[in-house]
Design a protein around this ligand. Structure first.
Ligand code: TRP
Length: 445
């Protein structure tokens, strides 16, 4: 079986906070080091446009989030790390999926429904202020996932519906056009902590209770000082249940350290002291990462290069899958299409194109003949029949996959190249690649 593909996207609005670090960044990077998985992490900057119309913010956030993941130990050579907008196959696939996704399905998306409900409550037009970007958000997200045929998508609970919609779109496409997509599964890690924020509710930008991940030491300390506690005095036993401070500590501490803190609570540790311990624990983990982070954001050019390189690698994966999907849907060159036959008016003139191999002195060669018996391609001489056969295989494989042949122009026409760049064959009719493509397409059909 091929390796499990795990994929997740990070929207580029804003900067990460401690909750993102504990709930997403840290576990994802740890999991990406495991064997048997291929990890895809990307910056969802097209998604950012749905929520954010401030170009400077989107750009800065792209830098900050990329630098954050790298500072936390993401190895861009071991995983695919890229920017969504560097992969044009993603929006291309989004359109193709939109053509088989039910509008009713999208009507039920939580974010869209919440916007409509709010408008109705306010007595406004139901779609007031709702963009097509918001409405199609789940389709773009499905394309992010399906363009790589990811098996698993680690997300927070709020995103599970989107993954289910992606499954639905994949299944509909497969049902109509044949099996092309893996049906992805959401992965919600129960053992990964959801971190409480300053006020004790879940740490979230929408509650304005976050602790930004890259606060300088002094500011981290004063943020921790603002965590709500009860009013028990030093010396009074404290409860760990419902204590945001304790939960935060636990998210960073070892089992032994956590047990020691539990005891300290029972022994009546003062809140000031407990906060100092929490600060020290978090700072010990973040300090080395913070140093790397500030180095990285200071060198945007280097991050840009890392993203471009990752984009090229990721794109190679998406290109072949999306090419297959285009063909399945009928977006394909016309070579090889025989419309007379479909109408029962086949003129009977043409035979199947074919390859012929022959010897020439010590060498082995092949020719490709079209249905009229005209030679359209002539190979170079090969030293042995196996090399000759392999070159024919290369051409057939490209034809079956619907890929363009690698060619370059030569003084007397064009040359067809193998993957290693060596010349396999030359066009017989100097300027015309069309008859070659036509013959190969008919062979592949
Ligand atoms: N919508 C996700 C979020 O807000 C981000 C995202 C975009 C994503 N595309 C994705 C997550 C694909 C997983 C897979 O968190």
């Amino acid at each position: 079986m091929s390796r499990q593909r795990v994929l997740t996207g990070i929207t580029t609005t804003g900067a990460p906070h401690l909750g993102n670090y504990v709930g997403a960044i840290r576990p994802a990077i740890a999991a990406s080091g495991a064997g048997g998985v291929e990890s895809f992490f990307f910056l969802a900057d097209y998604h950012a446009l749905v929520k954010c119309g401030d170009p400077e913010r989107v750009r800065r956030s792209t830098l900050e989030i990329a630098a954050s993941w790298l500072a936390c130990g993401l190895d861009p050579e071991r995983v695919f790390f890229y920017r969504q907008s560097d992969i044009p196959e993603i929006p291309e696939l989004a359109w193709i999926l939109a053509c088989s996704a039910g509008k009713g399905l999208l009507n039920r998306a939580h974010a869209y429904k919440a916007a409509v409900d709010a408008n109705e409550q306010a007595g406004d037009d139901p779609d007031a202020g709702v963009t097509m970007g918001l409405f199609l958000y789940p389709v773009l997200m499905a394309a992010d996932i399906l363009a790589f045929n990811a098996h698993r998508v680690p997300v927070g609970r709020d995103q599970v519906q989107h993954i289910e919609m992606a499954r639905d779109m994949a299944a509909r496409f497969n049902h109509h056009y044949g099996e092309h997509f893996v049906l992805p599964e959401a992965q919600v890690d129960a053992h990964v902590a959801t971190l409480p924020g300053l006020d004790g509710r879940k740490m979230s930008k929408s509650y304005d209770n976050t602790i930004p991940l890259w606060l300088p030491e002094r500011e981290l300390k004063s943020a921790i000082a603002r965590i709500v506690t009860d009013s028990r005095a030093p010396g009074e036993a404290k409860q760990v249940e419902g204590s945001a401070l304790f939960e935060l500590y636990q998210a960073f501490a070892s089992a032994d350290e956590t047990a020691a803190m539990r005891e300290a609570y029972a022994d009546g540790i003062g809140w000031g002291e407990a906060k100092q311990r929490l600060f020290e624990r978090i700072d010990a983990e973040l300090r080395p990462l913070r140093e790397r982070y500030y180095q990285l954001v200071g060198r945007p050019g280097e991050i840009e290069e890392i993203l471009r390189l990752g984009g090229r690698r990721a794109r190679a994966v998406a290109t072949s899958l999306v090419a297959e999907v285009r063909i399945a849907a009928g977006l394909q060159p016309l070579f090889g299409l025989r419309w007379e036959k479909e109408r029962g008016a086949d003129d009977g003139r043409r035979e199947q194109p074919r390859f012929v191999t022959f010897r020439e002195g010590e060498a082995f060669r092949f020719k490709l003949l079209d249905g009229d018996g005209t030679v359209v391609l002539e190979s170079v001489p090969f030293a042995d029949p196996k090399a000759c056969g392999q070159s024919i295989g290369t051409l057939k494989k490209a034809a079956v996959a619907g890929q363009a042949l690698a060619t370059r122009s030569a003084p007397d026409g064009f040359e067809v190249l193998a993957a290693d760049g060596s010349v396999i064959a030359r066009g017989a009719d100097p300027a015309r690649l069309g008859p070659v493509m036509e013959a190969l397409a008919l062979l592949a059909a």
